[in-house]
Design a protein around this ligand. Structure first.
Ligand code: ADP
Ligand code: MG
Ligand code: MG
Ligand code: MG
Ligand code: MG
Length: 579
């Protein structure tokens, strides 16, 4: 979930006092890094996936499934191989927000060869087996985006109870014991985000309507210990949640790509942006929250609200007095501006940024688009700071920059090379929900990697205005979005023709049309991938692997196969004991 600095965490009061310090040095660190690395050339395509998992404990006698809070114990063992021989491991394991979560990546990134697609799924399977070996009887490792009963009574093993007066989140539902205990970052973030906001986070997700739900769905929260604030924050006919864990305790699938230089990284960042909502809808896997069925299929708005540290002033509920900016989005949300020259004309949403930082970046020979991006990230305060890290050497360290960068959890992340490493400029693709099987996850990963190859080799242009990408993000999360929604997409992605009015450049398509094509009107992403492959020298094995993955993507897009969310819904609502 980002930077894992070691040390003693500062509380919110202390962190707040140091906000300007972190920002000031973070920007200087970025400027120094940029000067060193702007002209770095010749890096090759490398890429890797991140899969997050949950530990689930089944009890066959009582017929229950609970989140097992043993991630730390298991991680300790999983990390042994890496600690002994970091260069020669097949997998790397990291903690995540939940005390029941682990994150696995391949031991080394993959390279540009198409044949690497043959090992992606095998490596995912290896990781699953490696972690599964360490489990107790009746514990199972699952790559579920959301645990259906997270926040329902006694959803953990061992059972834990929310400390709504004293806990880090003050949640009525999500106990601190379910937060990863092995690193102070997670609890500190939880507490600081709540304190910065000035109240608990509030997440309201519409309830799914069927005959089992009363006409007015309203819970008695006072009964659960509410001091009145939750009752006020919760909405009728919604599933109400009040803790960071409801969002950050979800699992996802992420991908990182290395570009050959900074320009290519900026192009990839932009071109992948319109695909974020499309891939979110295709990978939809989270219909349940707190033991209820919701009316959405994706975790995105839940996780976005779960770390929304904006004050009432910043959210526009009060005139600005203490704070500097009105801010339209949570620090976890879709991106607000494109970074490449080509993208500039599609930046149609006013970007909130810090003027002084922006000017400082321009004065240091950083162009408008990149300066705007960084100055926008830096409207946020640090929400997790360690006393040992306060004073740094801005010529060498990048911790303050990473502090702000890694707590801007956006659909895309523009990652500069780390100091003193062989790693180049990278972009991270972050919207996807994780799927239940390795096959599905490998399919999504390989398809997305292929799309980046096609985009770069054919110089495709997928750009549409940022405001339209934002609208697509909302549509993507709706129930059955793949089947019923239409998404803004560029009409002609194979030529870079700009019209006088940007409006005629895009129109609405179904996901099926975007993926599989629309006769004579839109070529479709899969046919473009196939035409790219036809021009490559692909061996029979690799061809077969790729085609199995592409078939899955095609069938999900056409509705012939259900999305994970739709399948989960069906399993539950058709169950004889569903109520
Ligand atoms: P974060 O949590 O910040 O996203 P992780 O270290 O968890 O970062 O994941 C990074 C991903 O990037 C992994 O999939 C890894 O295999 C991949 N990766 C590592 N080095 C490179 C590189 N040079 N280029 C592209 N991807 C890389
Ligand atoms: Mg993660
Ligand atoms: Mg990671
Ligand atoms: Mg991370
Ligand atoms: Mg990541």
């Amino acid at each position: 979930m980002g930077l894992l600095s070691e040390g003693s965490p500062l509380n919110w009061e202390e962190t707040k006092k140091l906000s300007d310090h972190v920002r000031k040095h973070g920007v200087i660190q970025f400027i120094n890094l940029y000067k060193r690395l702007r002209d770095r050339q010749g890096d090759v395509l490398k890429w890797g996936d991140e899969v997050e998992y949950m530990l689930i404990k089944f009890d066959d006698d009582s017929k229950t499934a609970k989140l097992s809070l043993r991630a730390m114990e298991i991680l300790k063992i999983l990390n042994e191989k890496e600690n002994e021989d970091p260069k020669n491991v097949k997998s790397l394991w990291r903690p995540e927000y939940g005390a029941y979560m682990i994150e696995g990546t391949p031991g080394k990134p993959y390279g540009g060869l198409l044949a690497h697609f043959n090992v992606v799924e095998a490596n995912m399977r290896y990781r699953r087996q490696e972690a599964t070996k360490l489990l107790q009887p009746n514990e199972v490792l699952m790559s579920l985006t959301v645990f259906p009963r997270v926040g329902a009574p006694e959803f953990t093993d061992p059972p834990a109870y929310p400390a709504f007066n004293t806990g880090a989140s003050k949640s009525l539902f999500f106990p601190d014991e379910a937060i990863y205990p092995g690193h102070p970052r997670f609890k500190t973030l939880t507490r600081n985000i709540r304190e910065r906001r000035g109240e608990k986070v509030a997440i309201n997700i519409p309830i799914y309507r069927d005959k089992s739900v009363p006409l007015l769905f309203k819970e008695d929260l006072i009964d659960k210990g509410d001091d009145g604030s939750s009752s006020k924050a919760s909405k009728d006919n919604h599933i109400y949640m009040d803790a960071m864990g409801f969002g950050m305790g979800c699992c996802c699938l992420q991908l990182t790509f290395q570009a050959c230089n900074i320009q290519e990284a900026r192009t990839l960042y932009d071109q992948l942006t319109p695909l974020c909502p499309i891939m979110l809808a295709l990978t939809a896997a989270s219909p349940f929250y707190r033991g209820y069925i919701s009316d959405v299929d994706c975790r995105w708005s839940v996780i976005s609200s779960s770390v929304d540290c904006r004050t009432q002033e910043e959210r526009g509920l009060k005139p600005l007095k203490e704070n500097k900016f009105r801010i339209s989005k949570s620090r976890y949300d879709s991106i607000d501006s494109y970074l490449s020259k080509q993208g500039e004309r599609y930046n149609d949403v006013p970007v909130t940024y810090d003027d002084e930082i922006y000017k400082q970046l321009l004065d240091n020979d950083i162009d408008h688009l990149l300066a705007q991006h960084i100055a926008h990230l830096f409207i946020r305060d640090s929400v997790s700071l360690f006393s040992e890290k306060v004073h740094q050497d801005d010529l060498k360290d990048t911790d303050h920059f990473e502090n702000i960068q890694s707590t801007n959890w956006q659909t895309m992340r523009f990652k500069p090379p780390p100091p003193n490493s062989s790693i180049g400029w990278r972009v991270e693709f972050r919207p996807c929900e994780v799927q239940i099987t390795d096959f599905e996850n490998a399919a999504i990963v390989c398809f997305t990697v292929l799309l980046t190859r096609v985009i770069l080799s054919y110089k495709l242009n997928l750009l549409i205005p940022i405001s339209k990408v934002d609208q697509n993000m909302v549509k993507a999360q709706k129930r059955d979005a793949v089947k019923v929604e239409k998404f803004w997409f560029r009409r002609d992605i194979t030529s870079d023709i700009k019209s006088d009015d940007a409006q005629s450049e895009y129109t609405e398509f179904t996901i099926n049309e975007i993926i599989n094509g629309k006769d004579g009107i839109f070529p479709g992403l899969v046919p473009l991938v196939n035409s790219y492959l036809a021009n490559m020298d692909v061996d029979a094995d690799t061809h077969c692997t790729i085609q199995r993955y592409i078939k899955l993507i095609q069938k999900r897009a056409s509705g012939e196969l259900l999305t994970t969310a739709a399948w989960l819904r069906k399993e539950v609502t058709s169950h004889p004991e569903y109520k």
